[in-house]
Design a protein around this ligand. Structure first.
Ligand code: ACO
Ligand code: ZN
Length: 158
């Protein structure tokens, strides 16, 4: 039977579990200060997903002033998905989709007009997720990752 999941905002007591999920799921890892800084500045876009009271996924973001990805001239507020992960045994249940959707609500609260992220060009599951959410590849950054892999920048209007 499909276990239901719930979403809520990150709180500081979740830090070790979220850092664990980040280490299990992604090669891009960060110190505790980095997670807490994003939480302190953008709590509405740092969301965790729980199954049976245990955190199984997270998303964290920041809002930046940047050039529009869609040809509007000048600077716009953009929500940047910094990191998202769902534990392997809980994937393909809609948790990743729900985390991004919830984070985009938070971005709108902060006045962001667009959302974007970088993703490895080989990361087919994540690229599919973002496409399903309406993100499109807007450019490629050569050698973006520390192992030399390229990144797609994917973006959508909010
Ligand atoms: N293959 C093909 N399509 C997929 C896959 C896959 N393995 N996974 C997700 N999708 C697409 C599908 O369209 C899916 O809809 P469907 O299940 O109805 O077909 C849709 O995305 C939604 O999938 P979810 O179940 O919501 O996604 P999930 O909870 O599995 O999380 C995630 C996706 C976060 C990418 C997960 O695979 C993961 O944690 N991967 C490792 C970490 C990672 O790569 N994070 C993203 C890095 S980029 C960044 O952080 C900015
Ligand atoms: Zn980024």
């Amino acid at each position: 039977m499909q276990q239901a999941f719930t979403l809520r905002r990150f709180t500081p007591k979740d830090l070790q579990r979220v850092m664990y999920i980040n280490r299990v799921c992604l090669p891009e890892n960060y110190g505790d200060y980095f997670f807490m800084d994003l939480y302190n500045r953008f709590p509405e876009t740092f969301i965790v997903a729980e199954v049976n009271g245990e955190i199984v996924g997270y998303i964290m973001c920041r809002v930046e002033l940047g050039l529009s990805n869609f040809g509007f001239s000048g600077f716009v507020k953009k929500g940047h998905i910094v990191s998202i992960a769902v534990m392997p045994e809980h994937r393909r249940k809609g948790i990743g989709y729900a985390l991004v959707a919830k984070a985009m609500e938070g971005m709108r609260l902060y006045g962001a007009k667009q959302a974007f992220l970088e993703v490895r060009v080989s990361n087919a599951p994540a690229i599919s997720l973002y496409q399903k959410l309406g993100f499109k590849v807007v450019r490629t950054i050569s050698g973006y990752y520390s192992d030399g892999e390229d990144a797609y920048v994917m973006s959508r209007v909010l």
